[in-house]
Design a protein around this ligand. Structure first.
Ligand SMILES: Cc1cc2nc3c(=O)[nH]c(=O)nc-3n(C[C@H](O)[C@H](O)[C@H](O)COP(=O)(O)OP(=O)(O)OC[C@H]3O[C@@H](n4cnc5c(N)ncnc54)[C@H](O)[C@@H]3O)c2cc1C
Length: 505
């Protein structure tokens, strides 16, 4: 019996497989396509994602193919040279400088077709069995595991495989979620779009070396344009209206090219369409993210408008979360109850990013939807670095219930990501929790004398940043979230009891 079957090799599946394999879990990945998707789709890795990708061993590769992030600009305009309706980001450098205080992990701008193969290569390097052209056709679960029927699409042969757990990272339409009968809630369908990947020389319209994202509110159409980190490769999207009887087929290449030339202010532009396809913009969250031994990850668990670039990032963060918890349970370091923390923690994060993306969508692409039905977002930095983790894997101090905090004001409160500080050892806190559970102690505490089987570092004079005083300590989980803190000295038994509680042993 294998430990885990991961269904789907998108961002959710490839990240889950990489994080599981790196933690020594036997993992089988099945993907029905013959390779990863050639569509660039999700371009951009936020600092929290980069922190996890560093632990996965691919952060340097991602940064190597990324634009200098300071060159990223976002506008809402009629066309590339037309009237600017809103300027969303003029100077990304300023935002990045601010955020680098919170996390030194940086920002990536690699596209999905670049990151998925990197993560799968890491997964394979650490022993994962990755099978393309292989479809999960059905599964059943019992008390001990999951039995999956896999179809080899090349040979037509089916195979029965047993696993202890199954991860449905099978995208928005998720056959795994459908089979479990798990409904989704939320705003639902927002609009329908034609996604286009194309090659063209736009150097006379756009400055070289900069990355541009334009939301286009043109009298002829609504859409978006983004240039990629490959020379002359770009993405375009055009909204179409099934509610008015339109379909994707009403947009032959000639009509698409005509609208693109209008939006790009380049009436004579020579362009080559590499790929085009319809996609639905929607905001939906699965009511349950777990059914027994089956977990949903990525778009299978929630789908968010791409306005804000949060969906792919959230898929990687889901993958990290389920992987460290599943690995701890499989290795006998935690009780199965730890897995109960996956849904509440990741679902709240999903709600925050869906609110953010929905708000951006209305502001940037659909101003007619503005109104009381659109939830007020908490802000992009809060949604990424300031979300509370409320579950049995955290011992809370206060219970004010606020789902987020301003990350610049977080001072070691349990349930929030630990502040990034440089410790007397010269390491960032990020490097310490990246290696597993960690205890950080105030300079006058006796924590260095306690052996609870986890790493220990002194906070030195940084104790205030963690709110633990000179004698206290802070316990960090392998995702950098503060699981517990105390302001006074404690003995080994106390610490071991705390660990047993948050590990659900
Ligand atoms: C046009 C567009 C632009 C976007 N831009 C951004 C962005 O800039 N930033 C961002 O963060 N996000 C963006 N997103 C969102 C991002 O692409 C998704 O959130 C991300 O792809 C989710 O990854 P996933 O692995 O959950 O799902 P997917 O990428 O959909 O992968 C699911 C995989 O499961 C496979 N599968 C399904 N069923 C089976 C089965 N039965 N057996 C085997 N395999 C199966 C599928 O073939 C597929 O490869 C964008 C999305 C779109 C559509």
């Amino acid at each position: 019996m294998t430990d885990a079957i991961v269904v789907g090799a998108g961002l959710g599946g490839s990240s889950t497989a990489m994080f599981l394999a790196r933690r020594g879990v036997d993992v089988l990945v099945v993907e029905r396509h013959e390779s990863t998707s050639p569509h660039p789709r999700a371009a951009g890795q936020q600092p929290r994602t980069m922190e996890f990708l560093k632990i996965g061993g691919v952060a340097d590769d991602v940064l190597a193919v990324s634009h200098p992030p300071s060159a990223f600009k976002i506008k809402v305009a009629e066309s590339l040279r037309g009237t600017v309706i809103h300027s969303i980001i003029e100077n990304y450098g300023e935002l990045l400088d601010q955020v680098s205080v919170l996390s030194p992990a940086g920002w990536g701008s690699a596209t999905q077709d670049q990151t998925e193969p990197l993560m799968l290569a890491q997964a394979r390097k650490h022993g994962a069995d990755v099978r393309f052209a292989t479809e999960l056709v059905s599964f059943e679960q019992d008390g001990d595991g999951v039995t999956a029927q896999l179809l080899d699409l090349t040979s037509g042969r089916t195979q029965r495989v047993r696993a202890k757990y199954l991860i449905g990272a099978d995208g928005n339409r998720s056959p795994v979620r459908e089979r479990l009968g798990i409904p989704r809630s939320g705003f639902g369908r927002l609009s329908n779009h034609i996604g286009i990947v194309f090659d063209a020389d736009l150097s006379d319209v756009l400055p070289k070396g900069e990355q541009w994202l334009y939301y286009l509110q043109n009298p002829a159409f609504t859409g978006a344009y983004i240039n990629l980190n490959l020379p002359n490769r770009h993405i375009f999207s055009i909204e179409y209206h099934p509610e008015n009887g339109e379909s994707f087929d009403d947009y032959p290449e000639s009509r698409i090219a005509e609208l693109m030339r209008i939006g790009l202010d380049s009436p004579d532009l020579e362009l080559e369409i590499i790929w085009k396809g319809p996609w639905e913009m929607a905001a939906r969250i699965a009511d349950r993210w777990r059914d027994g031994r089956v977990f949903l990850v990525g778009d299978a668990a929630k789908v968010t408008p791409p306005t804000g670039g949060l969906g792919g990032n959230a898929a990687v963060c889901d993958g990290f979360d389920i992987a460290w918890k599943l690995a701890a349970v499989l290795h006998g370091e935690a009780g199965p109850g730890l897995l109960d923390s996956y849904e509440p923690e990741r679902k709240l994060a999903a709600q925050m990013i869906v609110n953010e993306s929905l708000f951006n969508y209305v502001h940037r692409m659909a101003p007619h939807l503005a109104g009381p039905d659109i939830p007020e977002p908490v802000g992009p930095i809060e949604a990424v670095l300031g979300v509370r983790h409320t579950s049995n894997a955290v011992i809370p101090e206060d219970n004010d219930g606020s789902p987020t905090m301003n990350p610049f004001e977080i001072a070691g409160e349990p349930g929030f990501r630990a502040p990034h500080v440089i410790l007397p050892s010269g390491e960032s806190t990020l490097d310490v929790w990246g290696a597993g559970w960690a205890l950080l102690g105030g300079p006058d505490g006796n924590w260095d004398k306690i052996d609870a089987g986890i790493q220990y570092r002194s906070l030195g004079e940084q104790y205030d940043r963690f709110g633990v005083g000179r004698e206290g300590a802070s316990l960090l989980r392998p995702d950098g979230v503060v699981a517990w803190r105390t302001r006074s000295n404690a003995d080994e038994d106390t610490l071991k009891n705390v660990l047993r509680e948050v590990l659900c042993c």
